[in-house]
Design a protein around this ligand. Structure first.
Ligand SMILES: Cc1ncc(COP(=O)(O)O)c(C=O)c1O
Ligand SMILES: C[C@@H](O)[C@H](N)C(=O)O
Length: 349
C-alpha cells in the first residue's frame, strides 16, 4: 500500500524503454541532440505556443527556483500560498537562486490563494518606498499542495490581480497533468491564455525518472534562464536522457493516461474514506492527493499492515488516545492499483 508520494513510484515502462533506446551510440551533449529539439517542438505544439522557450531540468525544485530567478529581482517579493512547495519544501532554493527574494505568504483554502487576500498583501507590500521589499512576482501551484486545482477562471483571476500591479506569474506544475485531466481544459487555457508567464511542467511525479520542463511563454527572458540554469548546475551534459524521458512521456496521450489513472485511484480512495465512520476528508480530491483525518487507532492498524503514507503535518504522533483523529496525506500515482486502494480501505474500516 504505497501512498507516501508519487515520488516513490517507479518509472513508467514506456519511459524506461525510451531511456534504453536513447542509449545507442553517441549524441551531441548539453541539449544539442535531436531528441531535445523534438521535445521543444512537441511542448510548443501541446501548449499552442510556437514562440515559447523550453528548457529541461532534473528536478521540480530547480524548475521552480530558476523560474523565480528570471521573474523577480533579489529585492522582490514572491507572493505565494503559505503552504506552497516553494515555501515549505525547497530548503530556500527560490530565495537562493533569486539572490534573496522574500516569499510573502498568502492565505486561502485548499492551498489556493484567495484572490482578495492576494490583492491586499500585494497592495500592502512596498508601500513604504525604498525601505520595503518591492513587489516581484506571483507563484501558484496547480494541482495545489492540498490536492485541489485552480480552474482556468481562477488562474485568470490571480493573473488579473498580478497584472494590476504589473507582476509576472509563475505556475508550479509539478502535478500539471493531474490538474489538466481533472479540469478537462487545454494546456494553453490553464496557463498562458489565463496570464501565466512561466510554467514548471512536471514529469517526475507522473511516471518519468527525473525531468521537468520550464516553459517561458514570453521568450524575452530565455537567455537569462539558460545562463542561470548552467550557472546553477542544472544543465545536463547527457541531455538526451532528459529529453528521451520527456519525449516518451508526451508520446500520444501517455502523460494524460498516467495522470488519469492516478486521479482515478485517488477518487476511489476518497470515495471509500467517505463511507468510513469516524473518517473525513480535509480537502477536495481534485487530482491525485487525498487528505483525510481518521482515528489514531486506524492509523496504527494501517501502519501495522504496512501502509506507507505521511501523517500531515509530519509532526503528529501515533502515541495517545486511539479514538483521537490524526490527519494524513495519501498520494496515488500511475502505479497505484485498485487492490492497494481496497486493501487500505479494508484496514481503515
Ligand atoms: C507541488 C510540488 N512542487 C515542486 C516539487 C519539487 O519537486 P522535486 O522534489 O523534484 O524537487 C514537489 C515535489 O514533490 C511538489 O510536490
Ligand atoms: C517534499 C514532499 O512534499 C514532496 N514534494 C512530495 O510531494 O511528496
Amino acid at each position: 500500500m504505497h501512498f507516501a508520494s508519487d515520488n516513490t513510484a517507479g518509472v513508467a515502462p514506456a519511459i524506461l524503454a525510451a531511456l534504453s533506446a536513447a542509449n545507442a551510440g553517441h549524441m551531441p551533449s548539453y541539449g544539442a541532440d535531436p531528441l531535445s529539439a523534438a521535445v521543444v517542438a512537441r511542448l510548443r505544439a501541446i501548449f499552442e505556443a510556437p514562440e515559447a522557450a523550453v528548457y529541461l531540468v532534473p528536478t521540480g525544485t530547480a524548475a521552480n527556483a530558476l523560474s523565480c530567478a528570471v521573474l523577480t529581482q533579489p529585492w522582490g517579493a514572491i507572493f505565494c500560498h503559505r503552504n506552497a512547495h516553494i515555501e515549505e519544501d525547497e530548503c530556500g532554493a527560490p530565495e537562493f537562486y533569486t539572490g534573496g527574494s522574500k516569499l510573502v505568504l498568502v492565505e486561502g483554502a485548499d492551498a489556493k490563494m484567495d484572490p482578495e487576500a492576494l490583492r491586499r498583501i500585494i497592495a500592502h507590500t512596498g508601500r513604504g518606498g525604498i525601505h520595503n521589499v518591492q513587489r516581484g512576482m506571483v507563484s501558484l501551484t496547480n494541482a495545489t499542495e492540498a490536492g485541489a486545482v485552480y480552474t482556468p477562471a481562477e488562474v485568470a483571476a490571480i493573473c488579473a490581480i498580478a497584472r494590476d500591479f504589473k507582476l509576472p506569474v509563475h505556475m508550479d506544475g509539478a502535478r500539471f497533468a493531474n490538474a489538466l485531466v481533472s479540469l478537462g481544459c487545454t494546456p494553453a487555457e490553464m496557463t498562458w491564455k489565463a496570464g501565466v508567464e512561466v510554467l514548471s511542467f512536471g514529469g517526475t511525479k507522473n511516471g518519468c525518472m527525473g525531468v521537468e520542463a520550464v516553459i517561458l511563454f514570453n521568450p524575452a527572458r530565455a537567455h537569462e534562464f539558460e545562463t542561470r540554469r548552467k550557472r546553477g548546475g542544472h544543465l545536463f551534459s547527457k541531455h538526451r536522457f532528459l529529453a528521451a524521458q520527456m519525449a516518451a512521456y508526451l508520446e500520444g496521450d501517455l502523460w494524460l493516461d498516467l495522470a488519469r489513472h492516478a486521479n482515478a485511484m485517488a477518487a476511489r480512495l476518497s470515495a471509500g474514506i467517505r463511507t468510513v465512520p469516524g473518517a473525513h476528508l480535509l480537502h477536495p480530491t481534485d487530482a491525485n492527493e487525498v487528505f483525510a483525518a481518521f482515528p489514531r487507532g486506524a492509523h496504527r492498524r494501517l501502519q501495522a499492515a504496512g501502509a506507507a503514507y505521511y501523517l500531515w503535518p509530519f509532526d503528529q504522533s501515533l502515541e495517545g488516545d486511539a479514538a483521537e483523529s490524526l490527519s494524513a496525506r495519501m498520494v496515488t500515482s500511475w502505479a497505484t492499483t485498485e487492490a492497494e486502494v481496497d486493501t487500505f480501505l479494508a484496514h481503515l474500516k
